[in-house]
Design a protein around this ligand. Structure first.
Ligand code: ADP
Ligand code: MG
Length: 560
C-alpha cells in the first residue's frame, strides 16, 4: 500500500503518550467511553445533516458496533456516521487534541483523574493510547466523491495517512491493544464497561449477538414451533425516561426505570422529574428511596450523565449535601466532563444547578403535602430525615420546608410547626411569653416523665433521630418566642415556668432532709434532685438534668 503522507502530530513535546498512559492508568477504561461517544456523535451528525438537507444519501439504521478479536488482540469501534476525509483527519485528529501541548504538560502534573485531563484538553480520541500501542482509523466520508482514508499512529508523535479500505460511509477505530491492557480483550470486561458508560446512549450500540426465539410454523400436532435466531445484541436503551416529557410517562415507567438503575432496590417513595433549559441545561429524575439504616451504603447513588454518556456517580457539589441520599440520574451538557472537585466548586453553573435542585425538591414536597396530606404523613418516617437535614443545612430550604415539615408527638399525631405551636400555646406558654415545646429523645426510657407531662396536659414531641439535636437548635433560632425543653429536664409541674406560687406539702425542713439523702446517693455533677410534693400524682423525688446543663454536656461530649 502506498503511503500518501507522513507527518508529525503538531505538538512540541516528543512522545507524549507514555506520559498519558502513566497518568491516566487508573482510569484507562475511559478510552471506550470516549471512542464510543465519538462514534455516537458521528451518527448524530449525519442524521442532522440529512435533516438539514445537506446529505441526500441513504442513512441506513444508525448503529455503533464494538467488536473484539482476541486472537488479533484488537478492539474495533465502528459507526455508520458521517466519516472523515483525509483532510478532516488532519484537522480533527492530528491537530486539535494537542493544540496547547506545553500548557497541557504544565497542567498535567496536577491533574488528579483522567476526566479532568480529557475534559480540559479534548484528549478524547487520544485516550485510545492508554490501552493501545497502535491505533488505526479507517473512514469514508459522506461527502460526494470522498475517498476512503486510513490513518495509523503507533503512539509516537508521527502518523501515516494513506488510502483506506472502507467501502461504506462511516468510521472504524481499530485499537491494537498493548500488553498491559489485555484485560480489555475480555468480552465480559468490555460489556461491563459498555454497560457502565453506554447504557443510555442515544444510538444503538451493538456488542456481539445473542439468540432469540422466533415462531417457526407448527409441528405435526399443530402446536406452534420456535427456532433460535441470532440477532444483534444491543446493550443500550436509546431514549431513557429522562429524555422524555413527564406528560408522556406513567408511574410504572418511572418505577421500571428505577428497577433498571437499581435492580435490587426496593420501590422508591416518589420521584421528581427535572427539566430546565435556562439558564443552564439539565434533565433528570431523582427518586426518594425508602430510608434504610445503613446510610453510607445508599450514598452516591445518583448518576451524572452528559448527553446520555455516563460520567460519574460522584455528584458532590452538584447535588446539595442533604440530598445525597437520593437516587436517580442527572444529565447536563453544561456540567463539565472534568468533574474534579475544585473545578466544580468554582463553576457557576454548578452552583445554579445545586440551588435549582434544592428548589425543585422543596416544591415537589410542598405539592405532595398539599395534594395528599395523609400520604405525606405516611411517608414522613422515610423523608423526615432528608427534610430536617435540609432545613438545618440550607437556609433557602428551611424557608420552604417550614410549611410542610412535620412534628410528631408521642401519640403519633403529626402537625406542621405552626399547627403545633397553635395547639400547645395555651397550656405551654411560660411566664416570659415563650411557647415551650417539650420533647423526648428516647420515649422508652423517658416514659415516666412523658406520663407525668401528659398528666399536666402537656404534649410531648418525639425527637429521636440523629438529626434532631440540630433540628431543635434551628427551630429555636428560627421560631419566634419559642424554646424547646427535654421532657426529663425538670419535674413535670416545673417544665413550664409559670407565675403561680406552688406550695409544697412538705415543710422546708422535711424537703431539705430528703434532698440531702438523695444528693449523697447520686452525687453526679449536673444532676438535680427535685423534691416535689405539690401534686399527689407526681413522683415525690425526681432526678433531672437541667436543659441548659445537659446541652452544655452534650456539646462537650461532641467535642465542641
Ligand atoms: P471531541 O469529541 O471532544 O471533539 P475527540 O478527541 O474525541 O474530541 O475527537 C476529535 C474530533 O475527531 C471530533 O470532534 C471529530 O471531528 C473527529 N472524530 C473522532 N472520532 C470520529 C468518528 N468516529 N467519526 C467522525 N469523526 C470523528
Ligand atoms: Mg470525543
Amino acid at each position: 500500500m502506498s503511503i500518501e503522507e507522513k507527518g508529525n502530530i503538531s505538538i512540541h513535546t516528543e512522545n507524549i503518550f507514555p506520559i498519558i498512559k502513566k497518568f491516566l492508568y487508573s482510569d484507562n477504561e475511559i478510552f471506550l467511553r470516549e471512542l464510543v461517544s465519538n462514534a455516537v456523535d458521528a451518527v448524530q451528525k449525519i442524521k442532522r445533516l440529512a435533516a438539514l438537507g445537506q446529505y441526500n444519501g441513504e442513512l441506513g439504521n444508525p448503529l455503533v458496533e464494538v467488536a473484539v478479536d482476541e486472537a488479533q488482540k484488537t478492539i474495533t469501534i465502528s459507526d455508520n456516521g458521517l466519516g472523515m476525509t483525509a483532510e478532516e483527519i488532519k484537522k480533527y485528529i492530528n491537530q486539535v487534541a494537542f493544540s496547547g501541548a506545553s500548557e497541557f504538560v504544565e497542567k498535567f502534573k496536577d491533574a488528579k483523574d483522567a476526566n479532568e485531563i480529557i475534559g480540559k484538553f479534548g484528549l478524547g480520541f487520544y485516550s485510545a493510547f492508554m490501552v493501545a500501542d497502535l491505533v488505526e482509523i479507517q473512514t469514508l466520508s459522506y461527502q460526494d466523491g470522498a475517498e476512503p482514508a486510513k490513518w495509523v499512529c503507533d503512539g509516537s508523535t508521527s502518523y501515516e495517512i494513506s488510502e483506506g479500505s472502507r467501502t461504506t460511509r462511516g468510521t472504524d477505530i481499530i485499537l491494537h491493544i498493548n500488553a498491559e491492557s489485555e484485560e480489555f480483550l475480555s468480552k465480559f470486561k468490555l460489556e461491563e464497561i459498555l454497560d457502565k458508560y453506554g447504557k443510555f446512549l442515544p444510538v444503538p450500540i451493538k456488542f456481539g449477538t445473542t439468540t432469540e426465539q422466533e415462531p417457526d410454523g407448527e409441528d405435526e400436532e399443530g402446536k406452534p414451533k420456535t427456532k433460535d435466531v441470532e440477532v444483534d445484541k444491543i446493550i443500550n436503551t436509546t431514549n431513557p425516561i429522562w429524555t422524555k416529557a413527564p406528560a408522556d410517562l406513567s408511574d410504572q415507567d418511572y418505577l421500571d426505570f428505577y428497577k433498571q438503575l437499581y435492580p435490587f432496590g426496593e420501590d422508591p417513595l416518589f420521584w421528581i422529574h427535572l427539566n430546565v433549559d435556562y439558564p443552564f441545561n439539565l434533565t433528570g429524575v431523582l427518586y426518594f428511596p425508602k430510608v434504610k439504616n445503613d446510610f453510607d451504603m445508599q450514598r452516591n447513588k445518583i448518576k451524572l450523565f452528559s448527553r446520555q454518556v455516563f460520567i460519574t456517580d460522584e455528584v458532590k457539589d452538584i447535588v446539595p449535601e442533604f440530598l445525597m441520599l437520593l437516587h436517580g440520574v442527572i444529565d447536563s451538557p453544561d456540567i463539565p466532563l472534568n468533574v474534579s472537585r475544585s473545578f466544580l466548586q468554582a463553576d457557576s453553573n454548578v452552583k445554579k444547578i445545586n440551588s435549582y435542585i434544592t428548589k425543585k425538591v422543596a416544591d415537589k414536597l410542598a405539592e405532595l403535602f398539599n395534594k395528599d396530606r395523609k400520604g405525606f404523613e405516611e411517608k414522613w418516617s422515610d423523608i423526615g430525615l432528608f427534610v430536617k437535614y435540609g432545613m438545618v443545612s440550607e437556609e433557602k430550604f428551611y424557608d420552604k420546608a417550614k410549611d410542610f415539615a412535620l412534628l410528631t408527638n408521642t401519640k403519633k399525631e403529626h402537625f406542621t410547626i405552626e399547627e403545633y405551636k397553635e395547639k400547645v400555646k395555651d397550656l405551654q406558654t411560660d411566664k416570659n411569653g415563650q411557647v415551650v415545646l417539650i420533647y423526648s429523645n428516647d420515649p422508652a426510657k423517658q416514659d415516666s416523665f412523658i406520663q407525668s407531662a401528659n398528666k399536666q396536659d402537656y404534649d410531648v414531641l418525639v425527637m429521636d433521630s440523629p438529626i434532631d439535636n440540630h433540628f431543635i437548635n434551628s427551630l429555636e433560632q428560627k421560631l419566634e418566642k419559642t424554646s424547646l425543653k427535654r421532657v426529663d429536664s425538670s419535674v413535670a409541674s416545673k417544665l413550664i415556668e409559670k407565675d403561680e406560687n406552688l406550695e409544697s406539702v412538705l415543710s422546708e425542713e422535711q424537703s431539705k432532709t430528703v434532698k440531702e439523702v438523695f444528693e449523697k446517693a447520686i452525687s453526679k455533677p449536673g444532676y438535680n434532685v427535685e423534691i416535689v410534693a405539690l401534686n399527689p400524682e407526681e413522683l415525690p423525688v425526681t432526678v433531672t438534668m437541667d436543659e441548659f446543663m445537659r446541652r452544655m454536656k452534650d456539646m462537650a461530649a461532641m467535642g465542641g
